[in-house]
Design a protein around this ligand. Structure first.
Ligand code: GLU
Length: 435
């Protein structure tokens, strides 16, 4: 285990995005987005520099006994980006391509996310480089517990509260909460959110990311005067967020799912696809591919379909300068973190595509995580209707604050969301006397 100070990194220039054909560096993108907002806000240079870097990060090396008797060494991270407004908050990803820079970017975006929905939390993120699809339940449990044994020392109700993210589940949160409780010597389930209901989870947490995104889509349709009922919708990424977006898009707004994809590819039927049946098909076969009555398409083709509502719900950097000119959607609701590069943002804005930016659109997850923390703290639990009502209120208010900022400053929605979030974090930094 080793702590890494930022100072050494700060002096090194970060490799430029796409330099030599390598994929864009998400942390460089996050810093560029902040730089743009700082210029518009005429942010104090010291506050700007502070907000360009994580406050603290921990790198861990985890030996895990595998089912075949061997021991495998895994690498993991926890980044606490900024806690000026409250304890750091953000999920843990299990992914074979995880990197420290991805986790840094995601932790920065969590900072802006908690600020834009105005909940009293900072931003953090964790990650383990692993392929959960190739691991047994026992191996995943041992890996999850090993991570908490190392990272647990910087976690806590008042310090840093993790949650699920890509390829992590309520069961994984339960193992982590259990391990942390043993470290402490008493049950402290509130250290993690997205837990199963039986261990202090919140009603409505499982579909919260998608539900919050669908609320912002509803509001976007209102301000654009766009007829959302019956509108065809394509969902890129069919995990937790994508599946619930398909279900709730239909249930709450009357949208029609016409395409969906996962890491193996996509399916398309302009006449419509029943989201319930597609979820069952994916559960049975492991992919959306081969769903009866659909045409097979690639992830790239899905993004460029002639559909008014496009929901990227997978990973970073899928809408780039390379394809932004061919996106035909009227509204892009970003349930994924970081799906659009800064170059693509400009192109989409010029072409009149209305983007609901990631850290606004997908803030429903952390908002209900915050509700979970509140319920854990007073050990009294709300019914699902109350969760939905309070989530709607938060998401709707945040949407209109960002929409108005975009109108007022004449900027695209992502920059507007940054202006709102960064000024709130900067205010806290200043009030605390850090700068
Ligand atoms: N991983 C989710 C996100 O990216 C949720 C984080 C949380 O609930 O803390 O927003």
């Amino acid at each position: 285990m080793a702590t890494t100070a930022q100072a050494s990194q700060a002096s090194k220039p970060i490799v430029s995005a796409n330099g030599g054909g390598s994929p864009p560096n998400p942390f460089e993108i996050a810093q560029r987005q902040l730089d743009e907002a700082a210029a518009v806000l005429k942010l104090d240079p010291a506050i700007h520099e502070l907000l360009r870097w994580p406050i603290r990060e921990l790198h861990v090396t985890l030996p895990v006994k595998m089912d075949d008797g061997t021991t495998k060494i895994f690498h993991g991270f926890r980044v606490q980006y900024n806690d000026a407004r409250g304890p750091t908050k953000g999920g843990i990803r299990f992914h074979p391509q995880e990197t420290i820079d991805t986790v840094r970017a995601l932790a920065a975006w969590m900072t802006w996310k908690t600020a834009v929905v105005d909940i009293p939390l900072g931003g953090g993120k964790g990650g383990i480089v692993c392929n959960p699809k190739e691991m047994s339940n026992g191996e995943l449990e041992r890996l999850s517990r090993a991570y908490i044994r190392q990272v647990g020392r910087i976690l806590g109700l008042e310090k840093d509260v993790p949650a699920p993210d890509v390829y992590t589940t309520p069961q994984i949160m339960a193992w982590m909460a259990d391990e942390f409780s043993f470290l402490k010597g008493y049950n402290e389930f509130g250290v993690i959110t997205g837990k199963p209901l039986a261990l202090g989870g919140s009603a409505g947490r499982n579909d919260a990311t998608a539900r919050g995104g669908i609320f912002t889509l509803r509001e976007a349709a209102k301000v654009l005067n766009f007829p959302i009922k019956g509108a065809p919708m394509a969902v890129q990424g069919f995990g937790n967020a994508g599946q619930y977006a398909a279900l709730l898009g239909e249930e709450l707004l009357g949208c029609k799912l016409v395409a969906a994809s996962d890491s193996r590819g996509g399916v398309y039927n302009p006449a419509g696809i029943d989201p319930h049946a597609l979820i069952q098909h994916k559960e049975k076969t492991g992919s959306v591919i081969g769903y009866p009555g659909t045409k097979e398409i690639s992830n790239e083709e899905l993004l460029e379909l002639d559909v008014p509502v496009l929901i990227p719900a997978a990973l970073e950097n899928v809408i780039t300068a390379g394809n932004a000119g061919r996106i035909k959607a009227r509204i892009v609701a970003e349930l994924a973190n970081g799906p659009t590069t800064p170059e693509a943002d400009k192109i989409l804005h010029e072409r009149g595509v209305y983007v609901i930016p990631d850290f606004l659109c997908n803030a429903g997850g952390v908002t209900v995580s915050y509700f979970e923390m509140v319920q854990n703290a007073y050990d009294y639990y709300w019914d699902v209707e109350m969760v939905h009502e309070r989530l709607d209120k938060k998401m709707t208010a945040a949407f209109h604050t960002v929409h108005q900022a975009a109108q007022q400053h004449g900027v695209h929605n992502r920059l507007a969301a940054y202006l709102v979030a960064v000024s709130r974090v900067a205010e806290a930094v200043q009030l605390r006397g850090w700068v």
